[in-house]
Ligand binder design. Structure first.
Ligand code: ATP
Ligand code: MG
Length: 183
């Protein structure tokens, strides 16, 4: 059985009279251990799909099976547990907590999961041991994104989701960040 099975998932947004269909009747499968890249023009519905897979949103209709369980049926409490246990998320604009150091940002994530990785080992993994005690504002964009990756990876998540993780970085730094994600 595939780790992820999305079956005829649709997500539409209603704003008064206006209806936007962000995801229309999507079906696909992803095997355990696979690395998948989603490509499409702006507005194609990529973030909507990632938010649904990450338990931050639910489809209007259809099934989203993760490890055999339909997360489309989850209530907000179940979604919170799912996000906490199963998902690491990396955002385009890092979303670090500004008044916590790099290490503290990673600790925050490791403290809410059962099988968390060692915080300092995870920071070493992304090459930031020497920056552990710095605040986000004292770090470059690439360094902040590597902290965000460490934060996502520290949870040892079954699913690592990255929404344009290099979108705010220059080409060379973006390449390094993609390499860190792949590693
Ligand atoms: N909360 C929302 N309320 C209303 N419309 C929304 C909402 N979220 C997304 N949409 C709409 O759904 C469509 C898909 O948006 P989405 O953000 O998923 O696209 P995207 O592929 O991630 O685009 P980009 O490459 O620009 O990030 C867009 O038309 C967008 O305006
Ligand atoms: Mg997007």
């Amino acid at each position: 059985m595939a780790y992820i099975e999305v079956q005829q998932a649709t997500r539409q947004f209603k704003n008064g009279e206006q209806v936007t269909v962000a995801n229309r009747d999507i079906s696909f499968e992803v095997d355990q251990g696979a690395v998948v890249v989603i490509l499409g023009p702006s507005g194609a519905g990529k973030s909507t799909l990632l938010n649904i897979l990450g338990g931050m949103d639910s489809p209007t209709s259809g099934r989203v099976l993760v490890d055999g369980v339909d997360i489309a049926q989850f209530n907000s409490r179940q979604l919170t547990t799912y996000r906490r246990q199963a998902v690491g998320f990396v955002f385009q604009f890092y979303n670090l907590v500004p008044n916590l150091t790099a290490r503290e940002n990673v600790e925050l994530a490791s403290q809410i999961t059962k099988d968390a990785r060692d915080v300092d080992e995870t920071l070493a993994l992304v090459g930031l041991t020497h920056r552990s005690d710095n605040f986000p504002a004292q770090l470059s964009g690439g360094e902040q994104q590597r902290v965000a990756i460490a934060r996502a990876v520290a949870k040892n998540p079954k699913l690592l989701l990255c929404d344009e993780p290099t979108g705010a970085l220059d080409y060379q730094t973006g390449k390094q960040v993609l390499q860190v994600i792949q590693d």
